[in-house]
Write a protein that binds this ligand. Structure first.
Ligand SMILES: C[S@@+](CC[C@H](N)C(=O)[O-])C[C@H]1O[C@@H](n2cnc3c(N)ncnc32)[C@H](O)[C@@H]1O
Length: 257
């Protein structure tokens, strides 16, 4: 099994200019799908986009005790981590494979390790209340080993991840490996967790694509390279065949203990 580092995940997540990420992701720097109460065929304003992104995090609070210790695996630019700290009183330790993201998170006061979660068992906490993975598990190659490690150090698993009914070549620029939802649930169970809840959030997440598309269109073309280009391609595919996407690629939220 190849590890994430063989793909050069750091380069993939770090190479675009920070300012361009800010323009696409918005002020909170959330790099995950938002969750919206309704379809938004006429476009998504910046305020609606931020509200959808924040709602996607707040909907998870009910599974995380207030003030809990949280291990945020694949914490990105710290969008969810900083909400968990500021709004929910959590103590969060994040881990990301991206040097740019780690530096950015430190700058916003988040306790973070720069490490490959598949390689560095030493950065795992001894004990936390919650292991939190917001759209990061799909980037992990050896998911079962990670899930077993998390079982040993955390009481609750809170994750949202992209699944796929069939394997996709070169998924998200080769950075992702997705599996069917049922197989993921079985894998989580094999790793020693009891799945308490499993929900598909794909339909609610779809307006995010419009928001990202509109923002990517506003960037000068020469800035839409690397991962931003991959994101642009994904947005185009999802916009072209929304029903196919929603059916074949669930966005699965799983709570386990
Ligand atoms: C789509 S982003 C999600 C970021 C963040 N959870 C959010 O919702 O804003 C995926 C994250 O997973 C991280 N990641 C991918 N593979 C990783 C690995 N092997 N070890 C640690 N982090 C990893 C990336 O650096 C990135 O931060």
């Amino acid at each position: 099994m190849s590890t994430a580092s063989a793909f050069d995940m750091d380069d993939f997540f770090s190479s675009n200019e920070l300012e361009n990420w800010r323009r696409v992701l918005g002020p909170g720097m959330h790099y995950h799908f938002g969750l919206f109460r309704k379809a938004m065929p006429d476009g998504v304003s910046d305020a609606e986009m931020e509200a959808g992104l924040e709602r996607a995090v707040r909907l998870l609070y009910r599974h995380i005790p207030q003030g809990a210790s949280v291990f945020d695996v694949g914490c990105g630019w710290g969008g969810a981590a900083s909400m968990l700290v500021q709004e929910h009183g959590c103590r969060v330790h994040g881990i990301t494979i991206s040097s740019s993201q780690a530096a950015y998170c430190r700058g916003r006061g988040i306790d973070v390790s720069l490490a490959d979660a598949e390689a560095s068992a030493t950065v795992f906490p001894e004990k936390v209340d919650v292991a939190f993975l917001l759209e990061s598990l799909s980037h992990i190659r050896d998911k079962e080993t990670l899930l077993c490690r998390l079982r040993r150090c955390s009481d609750t698993l809170v994750l949202r991840t992209h699944c796929s009914l069939q394997p996709i070549d070169d998924a998200f620029g080769g950075s992702m490996s997705m599996m069917p939802r049922g197989d993921l649930e079985k894998m989580i169970t094999r790793a020693g967790w009891r799945v308490r809840q499993s929900v598909d959030r794909r339909i609610e997440s779809m307006p995010t694509v419009q928001g990202w598309r509109e923002r990517l269109k506003c960037l000068p073309e020469e800035c839409v390279t690397g991962q931003l280009q991959v994101l642009k391609k994904l947005c185009a595919e999802m916009t072209e065949r929304p029903q196919f996407w929603a059916r074949w690629h669930p966005l699965v939220e799983i709570i386990a203990d």
